[in-house]
Design a protein around this ligand. Structure first.
Ligand code: PGA
Length: 248
């Protein structure tokens, strides 16, 4: 039985003080949540959020990290820095990072390998644009992204990753993929992992859906055989909404 995971991607929202207040509001609402609860604030909010989440069931993830251990990489953050803070997860390859910050499948793979080496759980994002969906290449593209992201990842490591299927056209648009579309691609991802490793590994991997997940649609999405929760943007900024999702 895989555990369902509700992860909130706060993106570039909330100051450290606001982030602390949001955790204080969220914590009592999710204390008995059915799903594993993770929040991913911006890097500057991580210390405040880790502190505020102490003694709660809320885990904390980062939105990005660099693949080198340390050195002359101005502006970057290493896995060790995140671990030292008490961060457990890291979102890698979000489409906004691919689109605006030139992340490629290759850099995502390097980051995945570093995160796993250090003991951080990567939340690997994949997904197609509207144009790619209309071209009929969704399955091919997502399979390629998954295969490259997992290059040189061992079977034991692969079992521990989280993959988030996020169709770009559904992110922040209010346009959720239909339950069937989301389930279909999440199943494609699981089948791909089964081919790459084994069906045993594929059965262990948590595969989330992301893209306009909200309090009204999360229950139906998370009830699908191959959807193990969601990566949630906008709705994770409101404690009331995110707590409903965390309990879906
Ligand atoms: P959204 O974002 O829920 O606001 O669509 C999801 C994401 O980008 O992870």
């Amino acid at each position: 039985m895989r555990q369902t995971v509700a992860a909130g991607n706060w993106k570039m929202n909330k100051t450290p003080s606001e982030a602390k207040a949001l955790i204080a509001e969220l914590a009592p609402l999710v204390k008995d949540a059915k799903n594993k609860v993770i929040v991913c604030p911006t890097a500057v909010c991580l210390p405040a959020v880790v502190e505020a989440a102490k003694g709660t069931n809320i885990l904390v993830g980062a939105q990005n990290m660099y693949f080198e251990d340390k050195g002359a990489y101005t502006g970057e953050i290493s896995a060790d820095m995140l671990l030292d803070l008490g961060v457990t997860h890291v979102i890698l390859g979000h489409s906004e990072r691919r689109q605006y910050f030139a992340e490629t499948d290759e850099t995502v793979n390097k980051k995945v390998l570093k995160a796993l080496e250090k003991g951080l759980c990567p939340i690997i994002c994949v997904g197609e644009s509207l144009e790619q969906r209309e071209q009929g290449i969704t399955a091919d593209l997502v399979r390629m992204q998954v295969k490259i992201a997992l290059q040189n990842v061992s079977a034991d490591q692969a079992k521990t990753v989280i993959i988030a299927y996020e169709p770009i056209w559904a992110i922040g648009t209010g346009k959720t993929a239909t339950t069937q579309q989301a389930e279909e691609v999440c199943k494609t991802i699981r089948d791909c992992i089964c081919e790459l490793y084994s069906c045993d590994v594929a059965e262990s991997v948590i595969i989330q859906y992301g893209g306009s997940v909200n309090a009204a649609n999360s229950a139906e999405l998370f009830a699908q055989a191959n959807i193990d929760g969601g990566l949630v943007g906008g709705a994770s900024l409101k404690a009331a909404d995110f707590s409903v999702i965390a309990n879906s």
